[in-house]
Design a protein around this ligand. Structure first.
Ligand SMILES: CC(C)(COP(=O)(O)OP(=O)(O)OC[C@H]1O[C@@H](n2cnc3c(N)ncnc32)[C@H](O)[C@@H]1OP(=O)(O)O)[C@@H](O)C(=O)NCCC(=O)NCCS
Length: 274
């Protein structure tokens, strides 16, 4: 495969929206509105066009990453500019070939060269540590509600970049999309039936009934919903140990989802080496 990464041009817009729809449709919800979000992000003043990259495999558009400006607001009300990216997407037929990683690595380097301070994201908590992301909690950065979870991650782009910068992370309001407008936008694309999501019951029937509460209490109804949690986080849930995680992981693998990392995983060490 001949992989090229380059800046997005207006000629790519439709193909990028189509690939976004393919990547997210049925991923965590039966349909998706990320293609509408990408459409809005391109026209937002928060967009960082220098980091708006597409990936082409053998001349076909297969991936995209998009960055917007956001801020951390500290206790004194001071605003510190940071960059989130997202959504990152790769066409499903091209998953697990290093395309997502290539887009992330290329744009981290470009953001660093442009002098940005840090990247802060909401993302798959067992995917992004390989690029050096750490829980935002380690930097005392929270959601606007003051909460934290492993899916909120930060990557300082130079030594000490987040020193003394603590507070609440606020993404641009463009992310608050209007669901009805997203549905209307989707009508510009060929009809697609809502996907059937794999119910969490396929996992629950393999687990002792005493473990069901940990999952049900978190209102997890599909296997895909486990994407929000890291393996480390899940191991803190009532009754979930490494043996149970092995059952969870074999179920995720069987249904085509990424496995959760165990704390014994080498991934954090690997990221530190990079
Ligand atoms: C997430 C996504 C961009 C990854 O793209 P990709 O090109 O397949 O990624 P890479 O080939 O660089 O990396 C594949 C690795 O990531 C892992 N991975 C993928 N999704 C993961 C997830 N949700 N959690 C943990 N690991 C994940 C794979 O298991 C594989 O692991 P390995 O290297 O140990 O074998 C792609 O799966 C995608 O578009 N998904 C749908 C949209 C989405 O979720 N976007 C991210 C929003 S935060």
């Amino acid at each position: 495969m001949n992989l090229t990464l380059r800046l997005e041009t207006p000629n790519d817009h439709r193909a990028v929206e189509e690939l976004t729809r393919e990547a997210f449709w049925g991923f965590t919800r039966p349909t998706c509105d990320e293609h509408y979000l990408v459409h809005l992000l391109r026209n937002s003043p928060a967009l960082v066009p220098e980091l708006d990259y597409v990936a082409e495999a053998d001349g076909k558009l297969v991936g995209h990453i998009i960055y917007t400006r956001a801020k951390v607001i500290d206790n004194e009300g001071r605003e510190h500019e940071v960059l989130p990216f997202g959504p990152l997407r790769v066409l499903p037929e091209y998953w697990n070939r290093g395309i997502g990683s290539a887009l992330v690595r290329r744009t981290i380097a470009a953001a660093r060269n442009l002098g940005y301070r840090a990247i802060i994201i909401y993302g798959h908590p067992d995917y992004y540590p390989r690029f050096g992301f750490r829980s935002a909690d380690l930097f005392d950065i929270t959601t606007p509600q003051g909460t934290n979870f492993d899916a909120l991650m930060a990557l300082p782009l130079y030594e000490g970049a987040l020193d003394g910068i603590t507070g609440a992370f606020h993404i641009d309001p463009v992310f608050d999309i209007d669901v009805e407008a997203a549905k209307a936008f989707d009508r510009n694309f060929p009809h697609k039936e809502p996907a059937h999501l794999v119910p969490i019951d396929v996992l629950l029937k393999r687990l002792q009934p005493s473990l069901h509460k940990a999952i049900r209490d978190r209102k997890i109804t599909t296997l895909a919903a486990l994407n929000r949690f890291s393996g480390r986080e899940m191991l803190t849930w009532e009754g979930i140990d490494e043996n149970v995680m092995n059952i969870i992981n074999s179920t995720l693998r069987e249904y085509g989802y990424a496995e959760k990392l165990l704390p014994s995983s080498s991934i954090l060490k690997r990221a530190e080496l990079e």
